[in-house]
Design a protein around this ligand. Structure first.
Ligand code: HPA
Length: 274
């Protein structure tokens, strides 16, 4: 598999700048069933992933792959419509390549959404959970290998993986707009299978409120680059260990779509407040 270097990132950023010269201030990654945020944007430029050198191309039909530039909440943003998951077979370097390119394009903060299974017994389907902290159970790190000194140091500090100021701003916005919202710990697993009863019980006992298959790799490269991160999960299925029900991708997408208006409002207001 191609070893992605700083030069590859510069090359990708160069192509993007040739199509959209002005720098976006904020990067946004949209999760499963949450792609319609772009409908609320004033879109200026759209670039298919296949046009960007070294960008992976989406393999999951539920994710359409493009970078969308424009204004959201009056601020210039770049949205990744379609993200990459480790379970699709990409290396962690590929999964996180777009985040590194967005940083080279000039983003100041990264906003991430995802779909996750809720293990906290107080959570209901389609609830939102602001990610306060995470537990990484993924089998590989995007930071493994030769350190890219151009981007950051060898041993990133993880004392504030999700920026506290953004968390409290989002909590205030949720309160002001009557958006029900939890704040909790996300545990990241490789997938693509969902968890067994025993695994959900174990994940809950280790201190996690929700479980998913994304976000942590992107978070790690962002932290490595000194990029503040905000992330929010939509609880798409209830993994309460004692009443587990079969979960289908259709039900995950339906639950994500039901939450989408609240997710969009939260993200848009939060970005408008920056
Ligand atoms: N487990 C892991 N990942 C998920 C889940 C889940 O229950 N729901 C959505 N993504």
């Amino acid at each position: 598999m191609e070893n992605l270097t700083f030069a590859h990132m510069q090359e990708a950023a160069e192509l993007v700048r040739s199509r959209h010269p002005s720098a976006p201030r904020f990067g946004i990654i949209l999760g499963t069933g949450l792609g319609s945020l772009v409908n609320d944007m004033e879109v200026e430029t759209t670039i298919g992933y296949e046009d960007i050198p070294h960008f992976p191309v989406s393999t999951v039909e539920t994710h359409s792959g493009k970078l969308v530039f424009g204004k959201l909440g009056g601020k210039s943003v770049v949205v990744m419509q379609g993200r990459f998951h480790y379970y699709e077979g990409y290396s962690m370097q590929q999964v996180t390549f777009p985040v590194r390119v967005m940083k080279l394009l000039g983003i100041e903060k990264l906003f991430i959404s995802n779909a996750a299974g809720g293990m906290n017994p107080n959570y209901k389907k389609s609830d939102l959970m602001i990610i306060q902290d995470h537990i990484n159970l993924m089998p590989e790190s995007p930071l493994r290998g030769k350190n890219l000194d151009e981007l950051g140091g060898r041993f990133p500090d993880m004392s504030e993986p999700y920026q506290r100021a953004l968390i409290s701003q989002a909590q205030t916005i949720a309160q002001q707009h009557g958006i029900p919202c939890h704040t909790g710990v996300y545990v990241g697993v490789q997938g693509p299978n969902l968890e067994t009863y025993a695994e959900y019980r174990w994940l809950r006992q280790m201190g996690a409120d929700a479980v998913g298959m994304s976000t942590i790799p992107e978070n790690l490269v962002a932290v490595h680059m000194g990029l503040p991160v905000f992330a929010v999960s939509v609880i798409t299925d209830l993994a309460h260990p004692d009443h587990l029900e079969p979960v289908s991708i259709e039900s995950v997408i339906a639950a994500a779509m039901a939450a989408e208006p609240r997710m969009k409002q939260l993200l848009t207001e939060l970005i408008a407040a920056q």
